[in-house]
Design a protein around this ligand. Structure first.
Ligand SMILES: Nc1ncnc2c1ncn2[C@@H]1O[C@H](COP(=O)(O)OP(=O)(O)OP(=O)(O)O)[C@@H](O)[C@H]1O
Length: 821
């Protein structure tokens, strides 16, 4: 089941428009109040304004062979009726994925003013679409046609077509020249001027005009083959070089002006211009682009005349006398476009190509009217689609086509405005060059139609769906077209200096009054065209501007000083901050270096200690006394001392009270101990023994003491040795490093020498080869001397050598002989 609403994925706006687009009985919406007011300000309507839904045509191009081979035909586009089409999401497309997730629908239905299938011919397409607009144009009304679609959808094919199968533009030109046939104004002295005016050229201007046209036409004279339209990818496509439609049938609804019986004895002058809008810059396609990238392609400006009608300043307008001439001009444009896109490295499918025809209706000395037919081949819309929105996100996406975005916004705003009249919505016509140029036509000064081109490829389904949604909004826009009398349409005729000329013998005061005031020229951001003002006004304007300039300069200077001061302060502040950060950084570095140094020192110390320990260990091994033994001895000594003390006590307890003092040095006097009469012989013996033992213990203690002292001394010596060893270790370390460096040097020298040796070897082998060659050569030379001659040489050679020796010896001997003499 097809759905009409797709609100989630693409945004509410697009969803809403699709729903309306699906309603074939959708009633025209009320007029755009804001839009119509702009239109009505231009002139007095002779009758009520005509409301018309914007015509949106769909053209589906056939598959190419390559596309069929790639299985692009997956039944994505189904033409239900001449007005409705069904889009079915193919597998793998983003739409299918989102429909599987239940976000969007798989089927989308759209309605159009008319749908043209792949089999429809160019002629039928022209007849079914813009032929009525061309008739309006011939009757003095303006018409604007857009072709919109993704790249490779057939936009250029539809507008320009090929030599054998011309598109709507050459057909429109052909119809125009058939209409004016026999009533052409052959002099080119009346030329479109500014937006809606006509300028009478003087003889000098006329000469320049003729030269410009001749130069342009000469550009194509040499070419046998017409250039392809720059946007067309297909080799099978080429633009028209001649508009002889012999054999091409088309609806002959428009015949010559006479036959149509428009009742006026007027003649027609046809002027054409071709330009492109690329990256919001307008480029004249009838001006040769620069041949090198370094030169800038001159961009044109959009200006406004006194009535605020926009026009492109300095755009080349060329008078054409036939459809052939017009098509040649179209070719020049195509050629310049492709040359520019090559030199400037730009993608031509990202630019809008515009061709405008102006038809002047001349009655004697008066200009009865001027109408304009514009065909606009819009840039490929795929980039916009890829961003999936017409909103702000597009801007962020970068490299977007601003004009396309604003066109979409304008169309949506127009639709919104008419659906809800209470809404005060602004239509952003002025936000892009494209919409600004055609604002007037959108607002009722002409009829707008849109051709939507699509292919049926499955791979571009998502982009195609977006194009369809865009078209659905466009279809809802109701244009309020202002019918105007030919009189009100009559353009002002101006002279060389741009001042209005006498009209019917009377100075057109109204016209003079309508010209721009200084304020109008300087108003807002509009790029005003000063050159249209008379000389005196220009001088006064210039003076005023000079004063303004001076005031502005003064203001700017003050501002600049202030800004510089602020900038200076800011820079100083920044520098100070940087300095502070720097000093912190330096302190940090210092700290970390200190830490590293200390840790390295610790490492060395540890290494030294270890080394010293090892040395000490080695030395101690020789004089080692185990601790156990030492403790045993010490215990023994203590025990003996204890026993001695016990004995002493016993002696005191049993003795007569006379005290005997045992001293170390009295040990020798043991035999001389006093004998008391009361002492028995056993006791005295024991005492003697004890005394001897005590002396022995004392002697042992003394020895041990001496050992301890000697050990301490030894430890001191070892410490000294350790220190010395540490120093020598550092010395050795330094020596090792030096040796390593010298080793590396030697290594390098060795490598260099090896390389030299290799070179020499190579040289040697080359020399050997040369020698071999030379010897072979000499052998070859020797070869004919065979037989008798060879043997003669063999015989003579030893003689020759001997002779050479003799000569050499005599030469060496000569100086000495001379000296002797
Ligand atoms: N109705 C058609 N019948 C036959 N071939 C067509 C039709 N429409 C388009 N083609 C072919 O499809 C190819 C692409 O068409 P075209 O160059 O006009 O696309 P485009 O939309 O202008 O592309 P771009 O935006 O890149 O300029 C061309 O080879 C063209 O001849």
């Amino acid at each position: 089941m097809a759905t009409a609403i797709d609100m989630t994925h693409e945004g509410a706006e697009l969803g809403a428009m699709e729903s309306t687009a699906c309603d074939p009985h959708h009633m025209p919406l009320p007029e755009l109040s804001g839009v119509s007011s702009i239109a009505s300000a231009q002139s007095e309507p002779a009758e009520g304004p005509e409301q018309q839904q914007l015509k949106v045509y769909l053209r589906v191009r056939p598959f190419s062979k390559e596309e069929l081979a790639k299985n692009e035909d997956q039944g994505c586009v189904v033409l239900e009726s001449p007005e409705t089409v069904l889009l079915q999401a193919p597998k793998g497309s983003a739409s299918m994925k989102s429909s599987e997730r239940g976000i969007t629908q798989q089927l989308h239905k759209f309605s159009f003013s008319q749908i043209f299938g792949p089999e429809v011919t160019q002629a039928d397409f022209f007849d079914g679409t813009i032929s009525t607009q061309v008739q309006d144009f011939l009757q003095g009304k303006n018409a604007l046609v857009f072709s919109y679609g993704v790249t490779n959808a057939g936009k250029t094919h539809t507008i320009q077509g090929s030599l054998k199968d011309p598109g709507i533009l050459p057909r429109a030109l052909d119809v125009t020249f058939r209409y004016v046939s026999g009533r052409k104004y052959e002099n080119m002295d009346l030329k479109p001027y500014l937006s809606v005016d006509v300028q009478r050229l003087d003889s000098d201007q006329l000469k320049t005009e003729r030269n410009t046209k001749a130069t342009l036409l000469n550009l194509l004279k040499e070419e046998s083959e017409p250039p392809k339209p720059s946007r067309s990818r297909s080799s099978s496509m080429s633009s028209v070089s001649s508009l002889s439609f012999s054999g091409v049938s088309y609806d002959q609804t428009v015949d010559s002006a006479d036959a149509a019986g428009d009742g006026m004895q007027c003649v027609f002058s046809v002027w054409v211009a071709s330009y492109e809008i690329y990256n919001e810059y307008i480029y004249d396609l009838l001006q040769a682009p620069p041949t090198t990238k370094s030169k800038k392609r001159p961009a044109l400006r959009v200006c406004e005349d006194g009535a605020k009608n926009p026009y492109i300043r300095d755009l080349t307008w060329v008078n054409v006398q036939s459809a052939e001439e017009a098509s040649k001009i179209l070719h020049v444009g195509n050629k310049n476009r492709s040359a520019a896109s090559t030199v400037m490295n730009q993608s031509s499918s990202r630019s809008h190509s515009i061709f405008t025809i102006k038809l002047l209706r001349i009655d004697g000395a008066d200009i009865q009217g001027m109408s304009e037919l514009t065909l606009c081949d819009l840039a490929g819309s795929e980039r916009c689609n890829k961003t999936k929105t017409f909103g702000e996100r597009l801007k962020e996406a970068g490299n977007i086509n601003n004009s396309l975005l604003i066109l979409g916004k304008c169309i949506a705003a127009m639709r919104n405005k008419q659906s809800d009249r209470s809404k005060i919505s602004h239509i952003p016509f002025r936000e892009s060059k494209l919409t600004r140029l055609f604002q007037g036509v959108f607002c009722g000064r002409g009829r707008v139609s849109m051709i939507i081109n699509i292919n049926q490829c499955a791979s571009t389904y998502d982009e195609t769906l977006h194009v369809m949604k865009f078209s659905a909004i466009a279809k809802q826009v109701v244009q309020v077209i202002q019918p105007r009398s030919l009189e009100s349409l009559a353009p002002r005729l101006v002279g060389r200096n741009g001042k209005p000329l006498i009209k019917n013998g009377v100075i057109d005061n109204q016209a003079v009054d309508d010209y721009l005031s200084e304020d109008e020229l300087l108003d807002g951001e509009d790029e005003a065209d000063m050159s249209i003002l008379p000389q005196e006004e220009l001088i006064s304007l210039l003076e005023g501007l000079r004063e303004k300039l001076l005031t502005e300069r003064r203001k700017n200077l003050v501002q600049e000083i202030q800004i510089r001061r602020e900038m200076g302060d800011a820079i100083i502040q920044q520098l100070m901050e940087m300095e502070e950060a720097h000093s912190y950084h330096i302190a940090d570095l210092k700290e970390s270096y200190e830490e590293k140094k200390e840790s390295t020192m610790e490492m060395y110390k540890e290494a030294l200690k270890e080394y010293a320990y090892h040395c000490a260990q080695e030395r101690l091994d020789e004089e080692y006394i185990p601790v156990e033994k030492y403790t045993l001895e010490q215990n023994k000594a203590e025990e003996l001392q204890k026993r001695l003390a016990d004995l002493e006590q016993q002696r005191h307890g049993t003795g007569t009270g006379s005290s005997v003092v045992f001293t170390k040095d009295s040990s020798t006097q043991t035999d001389k101990l006093p004998q008391t009469p009361t002492q028995d012989s056993g006791d005295s013996e024991r005492c003697k023994l004890l005394y001897r033992e005590k002396c022995a213990v004392e002697q042992l203690c003394g020895e041990k003491q001496g050992l301890i002292v000697s050990l301490e001394k030894r430890i001191c010596e070892l410490n000294e040795t350790l220190q010395e060893a540490g120093e020598s270790y550092l010395e050795k370390l330094a020596q090792i490093q030096e040796l390593q460096i010298s080793l590396a040097d030697k290594e390098q020298i060795k490598r260099r020498l090896q390389a030299d040796v290799t070179d020499k070897k190579a040289e040697l082998s080359v020399l050997r080869e040369e020698m071999t060659k030379l010897s072979l050569d000499s052998e070859r030379k020797m070869r004919p001397k065979r037989g008798l001659l060879a043997s003669i040489e063999l015989v003579t050679t030893p003689h020759k050598t001997a002779l050479r020796h003799v000569i050499r010896r005599s030469v060496r001997a000569t100086p000495s002989t001379r000296n002797k003499s």
